[in-house]
Design a protein around this ligand. Structure first.
Ligand SMILES: Cc1cc2nc3c(=O)[nH]c(=O)nc-3n(C[C@H](O)[C@H](O)[C@H](O)COP(=O)(O)OP(=O)(O)OC[C@H]3O[C@@H](n4cnc5c(N)ncnc54)[C@H](O)[C@@H]3O)c2cc1C
Ligand code: FES
Length: 256
């Protein structure tokens, strides 16, 4: 049993290479009450602590892109090594309806894989749009397909699916799926384009935001979104990503 304010030591049971830059670490524990969209604070003593989305809860799984010193250290861990977590933290996705469209840019696919698994388990219809720089950078394509999700792909270099940005897939996915809710995780530009689409289509959208985190539990203020970002998305002012998010529901009647 993990208490959100305290670290629990886990052992890495399995390491999966997802692509050239990204691995998943599967741990020797589960979080039965964790919601898709919630995150963990992962700690390596003497190195640092960073937030990561849960890409699964049973067993606990995080999916880490090797982009800097901490994520590189995580990518070096091997089965049998220890990792310390505070978890689960934050507010996750709150699914609405029975037809769902998920958009994941880069490692933004991680929380959506957990979400798709839980939606498919209850018999809902799930479509997934995945985007990355190239075919080799896409994440979880086979896992989404094996869940029976309808999958659309976009790559910037055209090496898989449609050439261009992920959000260019929205019209086709919308027509095919007729979703009742949109869920997205990825770079801020992608979230903005998704929010704009959702407003035009009059669909509720739940977006997962990122920012620099220290405490992870609403105490230090370091993860507060800039005022302009809160306005752009119609979020409450002073939105703390760790406490009010990371998932925020945007108002679809916002006229910006
Ligand atoms: C709620 C939340 C969930 C997250 N979930 C995940 C997840 O599931 N998987 C995951 O890999 N990361 C995730 N992150 C990001 C993660 O916490 C770290 O920010 C990231 O691993 C970089 O840390 P670092 O110390 O390795 O790099 P840093 O030393 O902080 O940065 C090194 C270099 O990498 C660049 N960089 C930093 N962050 C990113 C980034 N996010 N994308 C591209 N370049 C970057 C910096 O500009 C810098 O040039 C999440 C963040 C938040 C807030
Ligand atoms: S990380 Fe401290 S308030 Fe969010």
């Amino acid at each position: 049993m993990n208490q959100a304010g305290l670290f629990t030591a886990y052992r890495i049971q399995e390491k999966r290479l997802e692509n050239a830059q990204t691995c998943s670490l599967l741990l020797d524990g589960s979080l039965p009450d964790a919601l898709p969209g919630q995150f963990v604070m992962a700690w390596l003593p003497g190195i640092d602590e960073r937030p990561f989305s849960l890409s699964d809860n049973d067993p606990i799984r995080i999916t880490v892109a090797d982009v800097g010193s901490f994520s590189h250290a995580l990518n070096q861990l091997q089965p049998g090594d220890h990792l310390w977590l505070r978890c689960p933290l934050g507010k996750g996705f709150m699914p609405r309806g029975h037809s769902h469209l998920l958009l994941g840019g880069g490692y933004g696919a991680a929380p959506l894989k957990f979400l798709a698994k839980s939606l498919c388990a209850q018999g809902d219809q799930v479509g997934v749009c995945l985007g990355a720089r190239s075919c080799a950078d896409l994440l979880f394509v086979e896992e989404f397909e094996s869940l029976d999700c309808q999958v659309w792909l976009a790559t910037e270099d055209g090496s898989a699916g449609k050439q261009g940005m992920l959000t260019a897939l929205l019209p086709e996915a919308q027509n095919a799926l007729k979703p009742e809710t949109i869920y997205a995780c990825g770079p801020i530009g992608m979230l903005l384009a998704t929010a704009s689409w959702a407003r035009t289509a009059g669909l509720p959208a739940q977006l997962s935001f990122e920012s620099v985190m220290r405490c992870g539990v609403g105490l230090c203020g370091s993860c507060e979104l800039p005022e302009e970002t809160c306005q752009q998305f119609g979020l409450t002012p002073d939105f703390l990503v760790c406490h009010d998010g990371p998932v925020g529901e945007i108002s679809t009647n916002h006229s910006k």
